[in-house]
Write a protein that binds this ligand. Structure first.
Ligand SMILES: [Zn+2]
Ligand SMILES: [Zn+2]
Length: 439
């Protein structure tokens, strides 16, 4: 037996023997063979790296061969980042104390499991694979806003008005004439065209309601809109979301699908309305389902879309049960505040829109309404926030485009503010000098 063991020892490679001796000098008497192999591998790799560095130093110094100084320098250079100690316990304690000083934000009241915002949870993703859009689209600018629709949910004309069930509706009947074309209104929605560089355009759609298809048929070719690159939803009402199904025509051509941004409340309504879009396993097969990438945001989160910051503007939009207000969102982007559905503007949102170049605001009809601003409330808001240009939108059939134009003449002179009622197909062009041209 003794002889066999001795002969075994003789066949052990020299480096393994050395490694054994090194381990024994550290008080380690025995270990698995694998440990020795791994240590050997590490030692080989380390030696190669050191010699490679030494070679570079030697060549840099114009020497013919590597000498001891090069190797020493190479080892010195590696010590700093190969064998550093972890920071002291005290350092971690200080760090934890300063982090914990800042309280976590309140848990929002919302659908599903109540957790702090994702960025504050351990399960939240703290890395980013897709580069920040601010870096990718450094020179992005909103160059155009196209009004796809400027009417309320029911659209204008209202059919009962046309067939005489509700007679004497001058707005609905005029909307059917060429001259009264500006009274014809589909669901409120806009497209913001973002230009990056010379000719790359991105189209961001805000709201995709019941009449999205008709709006797109009429206005996309006219305005050279060839893609829908992102969608933002203001709230979950039918006139803001029911056109989502029609996006399938687009996602057939846009392979990566379309990013659709909304808050949790709206996502809940979208999930109930379009279960087969949210969960494609619920589709019945045989037909295409729009490929939408749902991006859920918190109302206090600024969204960067193609280099442009879109700030959600939380506003009240009527009630949703006794004593409970219903919230909708507007968006502020590139100096434009867009608020299509509002019955009350909270102070925080007021501060955000106070310095807008353009304020687009809900103006349902002449008289007050539970869930919308009236024409006069909209004007009060414009007077209060003083944008360079006020735009009225989301009209019902009780309000005539041409009556508003007349009424606004005096008001504008008196208040020294500029206001325009919008109409379907209206385009705001923002020039390179930041002038606003209305088509
Ligand atoms: Zn009518
Ligand atoms: Zn609404």
């Amino acid at each position: 037996m003794e002889n066999t063991k001795e002969s075994d020892q003789e066949h052990v490679p020299r480096d393994i023997k050395l490694m054994n001796i090194l381990l024994q000098s550290q008080g380690i008497e025995d270990c698995e063979q694998n440990v020795l192999n791994q240590l050997l591998e590490f030692a080989n790799k380390y030696t190669i790296d050191v010699l490679q560095d030494a070679l570079i130093y030697s060549e840099h110094a114009g020497k013919k061969e590597i000498d001891l100084d090069d190797v020493r320098l190479s080892i010195q250079g590696r010590v700093n980042y190969s064998f550093t100690n972890p920071p002291e316990r005290e350092f971690y304690m200080d760090l934890a104390e300063s982090c914990n000083k800042v309280p976590l934000p309140l848990i929002p009241e919302k659908y599903g499991v109540r957790l702090p915002p994702e960025k504050h949870t351990l399960t939240g993703i703290n890395f980013q694979i897709v580069p920040d859009m601010r870096d990718m689209y450094g020179n992005a600018k909103v160059t155009e806003v196209v009004f796809l629709g400027t009417g309320t949910s029911g659209c204008i004309p209202s059919i009962p008005c046309l067939v005489g069930v509700a007679p004497d509706c001058k707005v609905c009947s005029s909307s059917m004439t060429k001259e009264g074309r500006k009274n014809r209104r589909r669901n409120t929605s806009i497209i913001a065209k973002i230009c990056e560089g010379e000719s790359v355009y991105k189209s961001v759609l805000i709201d995709c309601g019941k009449t999205f298809y008709e709006s797109a048929v009429e206005l996309f070719p006219k305005n050279n809109i060839k893609s829908i690159d992102a969608v933002l939803l203001t709230h979950g009402h039918a006139d803001a979301i029911l056109g989502l199904d029609d996006l399938r025509q687009w996602t057939n051509y846009q392979r990566n699908g379309i990013d659709v941004y909304m808050n949790n409340e709206t996502f809940k309504v979208v999930s109930q309305t379009f279960p087969y879009i949210v969960d494609t396993s619920k589709a019945t097969g045989g037909g295409e389902v729009p490929k939408l990438n749902f991006k859920i945001f918190d109302n206090d989160e600024t969204l960067n879309i193609f280099g442009i910051d879109f700030i959600p503007l939380e506003v009240e939009h009527g009630i949703q049960g006794p004593g409970q207000t219903y919230l909708s969102l507007g968006f502020k982007f590139s100096g434009i505040s867009y608020i299509s559905d509002v019955s009350f503007i909270p102070k925080k949102t007021g501060r955000e829109i106070a310095n807008s170049d353009i304020l687009v605001i809900d103006s349902l009809m002449w008289i007050p309404h539970l869930s919308h601003y009236s024409y006069f409330q909209a004007l009060e808001a414009i007077e209060m926030y003083k944008p360079k240009l006020g735009i009225l939108t989301d009209f019902c059939h009780r309000i005539d485009h041409f009556d508003m134009i007349k009424d606004l003449e005096n008001w504008q002179q008196e208040k020294r503010l500029k206001v325009e009622p919008s109409f379907d197909g209206m385009v705001l062009e923002i020039t390179s000098d930041d002038d606003i041209i209305i088509h």
